[in-house]
Design a protein. Structure first.
Length: 106
């Protein structure tokens, strides 16, 4: 085990009650610049033409790549326990939206 792992194991994370409630999102827009990745999470509801961004996360490129790896690992674990996650065929831009919606606004 390297020294970096030892430091991370001692890290204490505070989770306030408000943040612990979470925010449901079924639509994400990901953009980037040379120095940052911006993840906007929104909620899209059927019959409503406007999605409001509920949360914005800004990451350094290195942290975005770490997040990608962590998501891949957790999806593999989830699928080994609960089965394959099936995504219906979607046309248009690649988003996490469950409905056939146009381009999002942020």
């Amino acid at each position: 085990m390297n020294e970096n792992n030892n430091q991370q194991q001692g890290l204490q994370i505070e989770l306030t009650q408000e943040v612990a409630q979470g925010e449901y999102a079924n639509f994400a827009i990901i953009t980037h610049s040379s120095s940052d990745f911006v993840l906007d999470f929104a909620r899209v509801l059927p019959g409503i033409q406007k999605a409001q961004v509920k949360s914005r996360i800004i990451l350094a490129p290195e942290h975005a790549k770490r997040l990608l790896g962590a998501l891949q690992e957790n999806i593999m674990r989830y699928e080994s326990e609960f089965g394959t996650i099936h995504i219906p065929n979607q046309q248009g831009p690649r988003t996490i939206a469950p409905f056939n919606v146009g381009k999002g606004e942020a």
